[in-house]
Design a protein around this ligand. Structure first.
Ligand SMILES: NC(=O)c1ccc[n+]([C@@H]2O[C@H](COP(=O)([O-])OP(=O)(O)OC[C@H]3O[C@@H](n4cnc5c(N)ncnc54)[C@H](O)[C@@H]3O)[C@@H](O)[C@H]2O)c1
Length: 262
């Protein structure tokens, strides 16, 4: 997909990866970039910094009605959405003992928001012969997140949903990509030192991730891996699960359980 002249929505656009995606899409010539976030002031700041092609629209992605309004409002103002980026995400540390509220929020933001966006957009995109969904998962959706079961589980679910959409509607013109980085320097990883587990393969800047996304969209690649090592880890996991689990235990013993997205 070429971004020139497109109408794009980015959720979680007020910060980090989403803000970098929005800026990069505008630089690539998108005609309208909707910077959406539950942090309205942050979205406005990001949109103002990008310039005339960017527009801030508040939306809490855990609320299906707000996603519907975001899509309807964008299409009424700018025409059909060519690319919708479900990028908002949250992380909660811990395992089964993490509070239900943390599990539910992770499920709502990291999974159900993608479902709500697809529910409203897939029929419209199929009707018009095509469209593109970019879903920000994480390398944790292919591998795991040391120290966070809610993140690991919900990012796997996000990946599974994207696979399902790509298989079910790919022949009808729907394009789907999944963004699966390891550590990126954003608010989510604030306070994490580069030398920790996050630093094993290097902490990327959000702009590096945006470069990888533009290249991945151009190729219409299903998996967009800003840290290319992740593909090899995924292969190793698939070829010998037991050995991969042992390796992850060693990594956890070395760095402790509370990691950043891996
Ligand atoms: N930073 C990393 O190392 C890393 C690695 C892999 C994947 N990711 C994923 O990248 C995406 C972006 O994260 P980031 O690192 O830029 O973090 P970030 O915290 O800088 O940005 C996340 C944004 O999502 C917004 N958000 C959270 N809940 C929301 C809701 N309910 N409705 C609307 N907006 C909401 C926040 O306000 C924030 O602006 C997330 O899905 C995250 O899981 C991040």
């Amino acid at each position: 997909m070429k971004l020139e002249g497109t109408c794009v929505v980015v959720t979680g656009g007020a910060s980090g990866i989403g803000a970098a995606l929005a800026a990069r899409f505008a630089a690539e010539g998108a005609r309208a970039v909707v910077v959406s976030d539950r942090d309205e002031a942050g979205a406005e700041r990001v949109a103002a910094g990008i310039g005339a092609a960017a527009f801030a629209v508040p939306c809490d992605v855990t609320d299906e009605a707000q996603i519907g309004a975001l899509v309807d409002g964008t299409e009424a103002r700018f025409g059909p959405i060519d690319l919708f980026c479900s990028n908002a995400g949250v992380i909660a540390l811990g395992g089964p003992e993490a509070a239900d509220a943390e599990w539910r929020l992770s499920l709502d933001v990291n999974v159900m928001a993608h479902v709500y966006a697809a529910r409203v957009l897939v029929p419209r995109m199929l009707e018009r012969g095509g469209g593109y969904l970019l879903q920000t998962a994480s390398a944790a959706g292919l591998l795991t997140q040391l120290g966070s079961a809610p993140y690991s589980v919900t990012k796997h679910a996000a990946l599974a949903f994207a696979e399902w959409l790509a298989i079910t509607y790919g022949d009808a013109g729907l394009k789907v990509s999944v963004l699966a980085p390891q550590a990126v320097r954003t608010a989510m990883t604030a306070g994490v030192v580069d030398g920790g587990v996050a630093g094993v393969d290097g902490m990327l800047e959000p702009a590096d991730v945006a470069d990888a996304v533009v290249a991945g969209l151009d190729e219409e690649a299903f998996l967009i891996l800003p840290h290319p090592e992740v593909l090899e880890y995924f292969r190793r996991k698939a070829s010998d699960y037991g050995r991969w689990l042992n390796g992850m235990r060693r990594l956890q013993a070395r760095f402790g359980g509370a990691g950043t997205p891996t």
